[in-house]
Structures are given as structure tokens and as C-alpha cells.
Design a protein around this ligand. Structure first.
Ligand SMILES: [Cu+2]
Length: 263
């Protein structure tokens, strides 16, 4: 094979391996159970945290806010562009903060700009939620947030015990989505909050590609949590919008939960 065809074959296999594992939009803080009032630093990164893989460029988010006691705290003016460096590349990401002052849940909601995925010739928009809690007071986590598509948790997302299960319900415009394909992701390599680089991975991705669950007729799915840390669930193409700028759009619902070992 010529050098050029070898290069093309290598690029093609790279593209395939990127597509083989899941893209996941992160709203990340290492701390999700908060005691003292804080301006909590957050990182928004679009990458492959299970395989510690390719990082993708984020455009400017369309919406970013927290919901606390049913009220919206807009966080868009707290976004600051950064460059996040994974194992193999760097890409545009965002820093932000959220004021965690009163007790209760803080549901973080991100509606990112659609991302053009060249290898699949489609746009991807992962509408993402993650959860913080201060002082153990439950206030918001059971509620849907009225998003175009979302996963509503049926277990408290800030402290799922390792070895138990997590159940979620996939919604599109508030209605359950039957038969949704849900990719399951583990943050094997966490973002380092100081250096904007990935830390060393604590586990390897599973053989056989992404972990997948399928929602039942009422939109529910359940997954057993085998390891402490951050787990993400992405319902692929569960949203109502299917086209962006003349191309196919996969409008996904992402939720992040935090699992802890029993001491
Ligand atoms: Cu990707």
C-alpha cells in the first residue's frame, strides 16, 4: 500500500475508533455534595471520558443555568472559554461557576450548540443535566426541567451506592420515549480542574464498544452501577428536533450521576 493509502486507512480507522465509543457532554465538578456555601467551579467538556479519547470543540452554549428550589439561576455570563487537553488532542471547552448558597439541589442544565461530527456527517446536540446538593435537603432532583429532551432520575443522582441500580426515564417534549438507545459512560479519566488536562484513567473502556440500555414502553431504563465515580447516560436521538442546517441532528438527552462506595 502506498504511503497515502496507508495514511487514509489509518485516518479511517481512527475515525471509526472515535465513533465506536460514545461522545459525552460533561458538566463537571469533582464535588457534588456541598457543605459550606461556595462559588463552585465547573468545567464543560465534550469528549470521550470512558476511553479517555478524542476531545471535541464546543461552540458557545445556547443555554446554561442552574435550577434551585424551582428558580432558574442563569450562568451564561459566567462561561469562560478554555482549551481542554485530552490524551490525544486539545479542543475548545468552557469554565464556569455556580453560586451554591442555600441548602437543596442545584440542577445544572446545559443546552450546547449543535456539534458537527464529520465522521458521521451529522450534528449532535447533547442537552445535559448534572446535579449538586447542599446539606442533604432534597428540593429539585425528582422534577423534569421541561427540556426538549431529558432523562428524569428515579434514584437520587448525587449519592447512588455502588452495587445498586440507577433508573431513569427518557422524555421528549415531556412525553416518555419507548425504545430509546441509551449509551452508558463512566468517567475513567477525570478532568483536572487546575491544568485543564485529563488525569490518569482509573479504568479501561469495556470490550465490545459502548455499554447500551434500551428504554421500555414507558421510557424507563435501569442500569446496575458497578463502580464508584461519575456515570453518564445518553439517550441518543431522543429529542424532537431531527435536522440542523440541512443535515441530520441527533438531539440527545444526557444525565450525570455520582456513585459512592459504602464505607
Ligand atoms: Cu466524539
Amino acid at each position: 500500500m502506498t504511503v497515502r493509502s496507508f495514511l487514509l486507512a489509518s485516518l479511517a480507522s481512527l475515525g471509526l475508533s472515535q465513533a465506536a465509543f460514545a461522545h459525552f457532554q460533561l458538566i463537571y465538578s469533582p464535588d457534588t455534595i456541598i457543605e459550606a456555601p461556595v462559588e463552585l467551579p465547573l468545567k464543560l467538556v465534550f469528549w470521550h471520558p470512558f476511553e479517555n479519547g478524542h476531545v471535541m470543540d464546543m461552540g458557545e452554549p445556547l443555554e446554561f443555568y442552574a435550577v434551585h428550589r424551582g428558580e432558574t439561576i442563569d450562568l451564561k455570563d459566567r462561561l469562560a472559554p478554555i482549551t481542554f487537553t485530552g490524551t490525544g488532542n486539545s479542543a475548545a471547552a468552557y469554565d464556569a461557576t455556580v453560586p451554591v448558597k442555600r441548602s437543596g439541589d442545584y440542577v445544572l442544565v446545559l443546552v450546547p450548540a449543535p456539534y458537527y461530527e464529520e465522521s458521521e456527517d451529522i450534528y449532535i446536540q447533547q442537552i445535559t443535566k448534572s446535579y449538586l446538593n447542599r446539606n442533604e435537603m432534597p428540593t429539585d432532583w425528582t422534577e423534569p426541567q421541561g427540556l426538549k429532551t431529558e432523562i428524569v432520575p428515579l434514584n437520587k443522582p448525587t449519592n447512588v451506592v455502588t452495587g445498586s441500580t440507577f433508573t431513569g426515564r427518557v422524555l421528549s417534549n415531556g412525553e416518555p420515549v419507548a425504545g430509546a438507545e441509551i449509551e452508558v459512560e463512566y468517567i475513567a479519566a477525570a478532568p483536572d480542574m487546575e491544568s485543564n488536562k485529563t488525569l490518569a484513567p482509573t479504568s479501561a473502556p469495556m470490550p465490545g464498544g459502548p455499554l447500551v440500555a434500551v428504554s421500555d414502553d414507558a421510557g424507563y431504563f435501569t442500569f446496575g452501577i458497578p463502580k464508584s465515580g461519575f456515570w453518564g447516560f445518553a439517550a441518543l436521538g431522543s429529542g424532537p428536533e431531527t435536522e440542523f442546517e440541512g443535515k441530520e441532528l441527533s438531539q440527545d438527552a444526557v444525565i450525570w450521576i455520582r456513585a459512592w462506595d459504602m464505607e
